[in-house]
Design a binder for this molecule. Structure first.
Ligand code: BES
Ligand code: MN
Ligand code: MN
Length: 492
């Protein structure tokens, strides 16, 4: 089934309206990690639900209950399930995305208001929180629906939807929702799903389209060390008492080396060294040292060898230190000995590692390091505050071939096939619960700055991405679902 020119033309001619859609989406301060903004998150859910409904999708909002943060009982924003099309002769594609975003304030260093999409026609950039992660991509799906609905074009596949608004905050309740919905079989929203498509990642660089077949998992930890019953004056008590901050810095400094090597015993257990063929695959990706430097804004890479850098991001675990809570964090030179401090760090995991397995290793190691300090401070039990499984799949099946073919149609290039360093924990849940192929098909570029200041999405990626997601549906419809091969795939 060829992609109707009418669909592609609609995306082009309605460009300004489609940008307005993203502008409306970005205006919702749907920061799932900020307890004071829960109403805004739910407002975003209601708006997005309305968008889906107005283009013919039958939806339900699912109540995911409550969570407790610092003794405060908070409502978890609803998830949305949706369906359109019920033709037994068509394939059924399930789409996942998230409506929540990371926090953002102009004072963090944004050049513009983060929740006002700044559309720069001259540079082609649209700057705003969520523009690429993940409001741009989920709006691109709505653009596909609108283009069909408005022109009375029949969708080439049945579609099912699962959107959440807690992805940036541990996806509370989502695994259970996906599992219970999958267990309903024909009676649920995931009836007869043939494949899953998630657009919540990015091209590797700024020029080559990408499809992604792996994600790292995550294990997030908090280590708390306490001592005095209250903060102390450092003039009176310095060199008199053991200091929790000194102990914590000592512990944290022994988690990872400057060159990125993780020091936790067993941190690399189960992860095989790459074969020479695998290293060649990394070398074949369109990526340079300059791409790294431009994306991070400086000459700070751990190696000059691009394959080494790519493997660091995609196929090895990593450990990053995130911050310390309870330390004197204002800008003044407060001469205090903090009484109780909490260090925050996380590990990215790769198959076959699991958050639980890593938790055991981290607890044992932190305890060992702390004991060696011979301090009288107290180490509170190490907490793993969130965890997500890594995921990897076969990137040669028909779902990936459909994505390759769609990319070639829209961009005139075959996509790089990548694994990603970030995490979308529900990906593995979909794969396991439904037993079908899961594909990541990104809209944005590698320099979009997700989670950072001045997060952006290029207009050309938003428009191209809308065409890509729509075209992918036609390729899925057309492909023989038994084919397995590489006619479109670069990767061996
Ligand atoms: N869209 C990202 C996931 C991602 C990041 C994919 C980088 C590819 C490259 C997602 O919104 C995200 O930020 N996930 C969190 C998950 C965590 C909160 C469990 C992450 O990776 O930190
Ligand atoms: Mn995301
Ligand atoms: Mn994110």
């Amino acid at each position: 089934m060829a992609v109707p020119q009418q669909f592609l033309d609609y995306i082009d001619t309605k460009q300004d309206d489609l940008i307005d859609r993203l502008k409306e989406a970005v205006a919702y301060k749907s920061v799932s990690g900020d307890p004071t903004l829960r109403d805004d998150v739910q407002a975003m859910v209601n708006w997005f639900d309305g968008q889906l409904q107005s283009y013919g999708v039958e939806t339900t909002q699912v109540d995911l209950g409550y969570q407790t943060i610092d003794d405060q009982k908070l409502k978890v924003p609803n998830a949305i399930l949706g369906r359109i099309g019920n033709d037994p002769n068509k394939k059924t594609v399930l789409v996942y995305g998230h409506m929540d975003v990371q926090p953002a304030a102009k004072s963090d260093g944004w050049n513009t208001e983060p929740f006002t999409l700044d559309v720069q026609k001259d540079t082609g950039k649209m700057i705003g929180r969520g523009s690429t992660d993940d409001k741009g991509p989920i709006c691109a799906w709505v653009n596909v629906l609108e283009a069909h609905y408005a022109q009375q074009l029949e969708l080439p596949v049945n579609m099912r939807f699962c959107f959440e608004a807690m992805e940036e905050s541990g996806s509370i309740g989502l695994d259970e929702l996906v599992q219970s919905e999958a267990a309903k079989g024909d009676q649920g929203y995931f009836d007869n799903v043939d494949c899953v498509c998630i657009s919540d990642n990015y091209w590797l660089n700024t020029r080559t389209p990408t499809v992604t077949f792996g994600l790292r998992g995550i294990a997030y930890f908090e280590v708390t060390i306490s001592g005095p019953s209250a903060d102390l004056h450092s003039g009176m008590w310095g060199d008199v008492v053991y200091e929790p901050m000194t102990d914590l810095i000592n512990v944290m400094s022994q988690l990872v080396r400057t060159d990125g090597r993780i020091l936790i015993d067993g941190a690399y257990d189960g992860v095989d060294d790459p074969t020479p063929q695998e290293v060649d695959e990394y070398r074949s990706l369109d990526y340079s040292l300059q791409d790294v430097q431009e994306a991070v804004g400086g000459d700070i890479a751990l190696s000059d060898d691009v394959a080494t850098l790519l493997m660091g991001r995609m196929r090895w675990p990593s450990l990053s230190l995130h911050g310390i809570r309870g330390a004197s964090s204002d800008d003044t030179s407060k001469t205090v000995i903090p009484a109780r401090v909490t260090g925050k760090f996380s590990l990215r995991l790769v198959p076959p590692q699991t958050p639980e397995g890593m938790q055991e290793k981290v607890i044992a190691y932190v305890q060992k390091v702390f004991n060696n300090l011979n301090t009288k401070s107290t180490l509170e039990p190490v907490k793993m505050t969130s965890g997500g499984m890594p995921w990897i799949t076969d990137d040669t099946d028909w779902n990936y071939q459909a994505a390759d073919a769609a990319t070639y149609d829209v961009y005139g290039l075959l996509p790089d096939h990548t694994r990603e360093g970030g995490s979308i924990p529900v990906t593995l849940t979909f794969a396991d619960a439904l037993g079908v192929s899961v594909l990541l098909l990104p809209v944005g570029r590698g320099d979009d700055g997700a989670h950072s200041t001045n997060e952006k999405l290029d207009i050309s990626n938003y428009i191209g991405g809308s065409k890509l997601l729509g075209t992918y549906l036609y390729k899925v419809a057309a492909i023989d679902a038994t084919t397995k091969g590489k006619q479109f795939s670069k990767r061996k």
